[in-house]
Write a new protein. Structure first.
Length: 113
């Protein structure tokens, strides 16, 4: 599985970004696909995760601000991020888990005025 992440950039505090993770394999099978992030000097952490059964899981800091969605037709898992804060600045990665684990390349998100 190859995962391509798009959509990062520079945004002001309070702004929004939409990240997209495109898979080379159909996402319609049994899997978990989610978004993780890693800020400089910090460990990688889960942002949001989704299962092919429809369940979604959010980190506490993401609840109410971020929304993860799956589009089987596009083999895409997106992360809509609203009300962004400077502490959301990080490299964001998508991750696919079935019997194996795959990571996409990261996309930089910078929240700064």
């Amino acid at each position: 599985v190859q995962l391509q992440a798009y959509g990062g950039g520079l945004v002001q505090p309070g702004g929004s970004l939409r990240l997209s993770c495109i898979s080379s394999r159909s996402i319609a099978g049994i899997n978990f696909i989610g978004w993780y992030r890693q800020a400089p000097g910090k460990q990688r952490e889960m942002v949001a995760d989704s299962s092919s059964f429809g369940s979604k899981l959010y980190a506490d800091f993401a609840k109410g601000r971020f929304t993860i969605s799956r589009d089987n037709a596009k083999n895409e898992v997106s992360l809509q991020m609203d009300s962004l804060k400077p502490e959301d600045t990080a490299v964001y990665y998508c991750k696919w888990v079935d019997r194996n684990t795959y990571w996409g390349q990261g996309t930089q998100v910078t929240v700064s005025s």
